[in-house]
Design a protein around this ligand. Structure first.
Ligand SMILES: Cc1cc2nc3c(=O)[nH]c(=O)nc-3n(C[C@H](O)[C@H](O)[C@H](O)COP(=O)(O)OP(=O)(O)OC[C@H]3O[C@@H](n4cnc5c(N)ncnc54)[C@H](O)[C@@H]3O)c2cc1C
Length: 414
């Protein structure tokens, strides 16, 4: 009996090793549309195709955006149309409970969700407090649920950016401003401590450069306090910015000297035009890389930097770029890391680049998708950004459309 048990155990561990070896060799196939859209029914796929065709038309998106905004402010009945079209594709639901179906569907394919409360643009203390409580509710919901491996918030959702900007510019704050700043630090802290207590990892998104320095300072203190054994708090690095590799080197040195793990979400950056315009208007050098190849080179260099220091860094590769996603899988393999190493994650947005997310998950990598949620009118700015981004990045759009069309054609032949 004892011998039999031993044999079974040896068999089991041999099988486990074989699976691991297989996983290490497995390279994701981003061209596989069967895996990419397995979670979409035929009617959902048709809807996605139609939607991406419409939003790929730049002129149409530019003409419709102000009209939709006006219709919403006049309370014309456009909400049901938005809910049934673009909202349905890019959002999980109006509240945490309404995201349950999306979370479960993604997790059936081993793709995690990040509940992203996407209400934007209300600069009032009560709203900041309400958002803080809502983010903490997402943390409580994620607690102990592997299907929701991260939570997230945007600094502008819980802080007045005007004040963060003054602080970032080195301006002195009066007594009221100092009190307000204490309130802001307290909100960051309450969220991060809740994440640590519930054992949930937390992303803090990056926004415009002119208030990022003060956010970086707050997040660094939280990481030094809460990332003692593993990364709970993750700051975001935008590699379309010049000088960010140097910033990463300093952040890593600080983590090493102070004995904590650096949590970093790498992204290219979402506010390029706004950044360039502000720099030109105010006569300072643009903080953005001169062109796309420099941005890409910097991004890939950042991936290498992190992988060379993976003993003290946990990373999330927040991108829809196939080359950067593939590069990270290769770097992991070179370092001898298992695809599901808990320090390395890949992330995309709901409704975008499913060919990357689902094929990575199929090959055993850790993948999660932002699942934005909130009332339709409050999520509108997020949806407009998705529409504009998809009509602006022609190459990316063609790829999405092409993949959906290819899968649709395959299904019709069955
Ligand atoms: C999971 C996730 C989380 C994200 N979180 C954040 C966040 O916290 N903060 C944030 O700002 N963005 C965030 N983003 C958005 C991200 O920054 C990019 O805007 C978006 O993902 C497109 O970049 P890409 O790497 O996916 O793909 P690509 O299509 O390869 O790159 C497009 C990006 O390249 C850069 N770029 C394009 N043209 C030029 C040029 N001429 N010169 C210099 N750079 C150029 C821009 O950043 C542009 O967005 C997130 C994205 C994802 C998927």
């Amino acid at each position: 009996m004892i011998l039999l048990n031993r044999r079974l155990q040896t068999e089991k561990s041999r099988r486990f090793e074989a699976t691991l070896n297989g996983m290490e060799k497995a390279e994701p196939d981003f061209g596989n549309t069967v895996n990419a859209f397995a979670y979409r029914s035929d009617s959902e796929l048709r809807h996605a195709y139609w939607l991406f065709r419409v939003i790929s038309k730049k002129a149409l998106v530019s003409a419709c955006t102000p009209l939709i905004r006006m219709a919403m402010s006049l309370r014309l009945p456009v909400k049901p149309i938005i809910r049934a079209t673009i909202y349905r594709h890019f959002c999980g639901g109006e509240d945490i409970g309404a995201c349950a179906q999306t979370v479960s569907t993604l997790w059936q394919h081993r793709v995690g969700s990040i509940l992203d409360y996407s209400v934007e643009g209300k600069e009032r203390n009560e709203v900041f407090e309400a958002t803080t409580r809502e983010v903490i509710r997402t943390i409580a919901r994620s607690s102990g649920d592997s299907a929701i491996p991260f939570c997230v918030f945007k600094p502008s959702g819980i802080a007045r950016t005007g004040l963060l900007t003054r602080l970032s510019a080195g301006m002195s704050l009066d007594e009221n401003e100092q009190a307000e700043m204490e309130g802001i630090r307290n909100r960051f802290e309450r969220i991060a401590v809740a994440a640590a207590e519930h054992g949930v990892r937390l992303f803090i998104d990056a926004e415009e450069t002119w208030f990022q320095d003060s956010v970086d300072d707050i997040v660094r203190d939280l990481m030094a306090r809460l990332n003692r054994k593993e990364a709970v708090v993750f700051n975001t690095v935008q590699l379309y910015r010049t000088g960010r590799l140097q910033w990463m080197e300093e952040a890593w040195q600080h983590a090493r000297d102070n004995g904590y793990v650096l949590g970093l979400k790498l992204v290219r950056g979402a506010y390029m035009e706004k950044e360039r315009e502000r720099a030109a208007e105010n006569g300072y050098p643009s903080p953005i890389q001169p062109d796309k190849p420099s941005c890409d080179a910097s991004y890939d260099e950042a991936l290498r930097f992190c992988m060379d220091r993976i003993d003290r860094i946990s990373i999330c590769n927040g991108t829809h770029n196939e080359k950067s996603s593939m590069l990270l899988t290769r770097l992991m393999s070179e370092k001898g890391l298992r695809p599901d190493d808990s320090r390395v994650w890949f992330s995309q947005l709901l409704g975008m680049s499913d060919h990357i997310s689902f094929n990575l998950a199929k090959a055993g990598y850790n993948v999660c998708k932002y699942v934005p949620y909130g009332p339709v009118e409050a999520v509108l700015p997020y949806l407009v950004r998705r529409a504009e981004e998809n009509s602006a990045i022609a190459g990316q759009m063609n790829r999405e459309l092409m993949m959906i069309a290819q899968e649709w054609k395959r299904r019709r032949k069955r």
